[in-house]
Design a binder for this molecule. Structure first.
Ligand code: CMP
Length: 387
């Protein structure tokens, strides 16, 4: 049952149930956010208020059940949690470890922070604004379902170091200009440039070229400092924008992963086929991108496909020594060739791009090109004794 709920929550292996649950979660988030916004408008009559409170409670109940379910099924994403070959204690550790890893992950934290304060506030009303805050926070849950949001997170994560460096320089320039403007303007405008923290507001609005206009230097030196701050501001604020723009372009290029003749010809197993055969193989293979630390294949599962690694590295979890497979290698073939359940669990070590060959297509292809099946079998026979 846990595996089924995991698949419903995280994968589209059960498209109908997955889409129903997804719609329910998205509706609940929309309801929580809409009600929080509407409730800040001037007062409604009591009936409308009561209806909104009921809908909000129902939506919060859905989000709470979602949190509990994700917490419960978290071990399904772990490698060893169901491996009977490892000792009970280690298995229990892995189960609780993966649950806490879920709670510590950024989305797990959002799930928790949306639900906990809202219920805590019902028991001990602390502030009427709690619901508004948790409603705004619940919007981050959308990143599970809206690819554009995950794109932003991926870009920020990838470009994190460059953005950090640009922000540090920006911070230094802000503090320097606030200090200098305080030194030169304090005597003339003690009310506006009362301290360095007060002057920071001027520095930020000047360097961001917003110029809110509420405070401005009036001494000649102050104006020179202001002019320099504006020029540097344009240059420095443009840096993070440029980094993000190139990050977006790079990430989009990476995600635009299609199976074409060239990519199939690069797989060593297919490299010696003639051009027509490669073209027909290309039609059968489906692209799949997997992020790091994901279980791709789990020992004991019924197989539905085999995989070719186009980019990245995976680990075959076999004892005593796990094996690493990389670009050009394939896996998941033993179950198809021998008609047995998966013989090992496979975990992605890095972000991977895979080509997937489903069982029916495998049968079709190996009937058409029997030599291919012999080659695959030769490799799977070599791998089998190590089990
Ligand atoms: P399959 O049993 O379908 O799923 C797990 C996969 O792990 C298996 O196919 C092989 O592709 C791979 N595998 C199993 N044992 C080894 C090994 N000793 N070396 C490399 N790969 C292996």
């Amino acid at each position: 049952m846990r595996t089924q709920i995991y698949q419903i929550l995280y994968s589209d292996r059960r498209p109908l149930a997955h889409n129903v649950v997804k719609a329910l979660i998205l509706l609940s988030v929309a309801a929580v956010v809409a009600i929080a916004m509407i409730k800040t408008l001037p007062r409604f009559d009591l009936v409308a208020d009561a209806i909104m409170n009921t809908v909000r409670m129902a939506a919060m109940a859905v989000l709470t059940i979602e949190l509990a379910a994700r917490f419960w099924v978290a071990p399904e994403g772990a490698t060893h949690a169901f491996d009977n070959a490892i000792p009970d204690a280690a298995r229990k550790d892995e189960v609780s470890g993966s649950r806490f890893a879920y709670l510590r992950s950024s989305l797990g934290l959002v799930d928790l922070l949306v639900v906990l304060p809202a219920w805590a506030n019902l028991l001990y009303p602390i502030s009427p604004h709690w619901f508004e805050l948790t409603a705004a926070l619940s919007l981050f849950k959308l990143s599970r379902y809206v690819p554009a949001l995950s794109l932003v997170t991926a870009v920020v994560a990838r470009q994190g170091r460059s953005i950090y460096a640009a922000l540090v320089v920006l911070g230094i320039l802000l503090v320097c200009s606030a200090t200098v403007i305080y030194m030169v303007e304090y005597e003339t405008q003690p009310a506006h440039f009362a301290s360095i923290p007060h002057s920071l507001w001027w520095a930020i609005s000047t360097m961001a070229t917003v110029g809110s206009g509420d405070i401005a230097p009036i001494t000649p030196i102050g104006r020179i400092v202001g002019g320099i701050a504006m020029v540097f501001g344009i240059a420095m604020f443009a840096v993070p924008a440029g980094i993000l723009a190139s990050g977006f372009a790079e990430e989009l290029r990476k995600r635009d992963f299609v199976v074409n003749w060239q990519s199939v010809a690069r797989v060593p197993l297919f490299a010696r086929l003639d051009a027509n055969a490669i073209a027909s193989v290309a039609q059968l293979l489906k692209p799949r991108s997997v992020s790091a630390n994901q279980v791709i294949v789990r020992r004991g599962d019924i197989a539905d496909s085999m995989y070719f690694i186009m980019e990245g590295e995976v680990e075959v979890d076999i004892t005593p020594n796990p094996v690493r497979l990389k670009q050009g290698d394939f896996f998941g073939e033993i179950a198809l060739v021998e008609n047995v359940p998966r013989t090992a669990t496979i975990l992605s070590l890095t972000n991977c791009r895979l080509l997937v060959l489903e069982t029916v297509d495998f049968e079709h292809l190996t009937t058409q090109i029997p030599d291919l099946k012999d080659q695959i079998k030769r490799i799977s026979d070599k791998r089998l004794p190590d089990q």
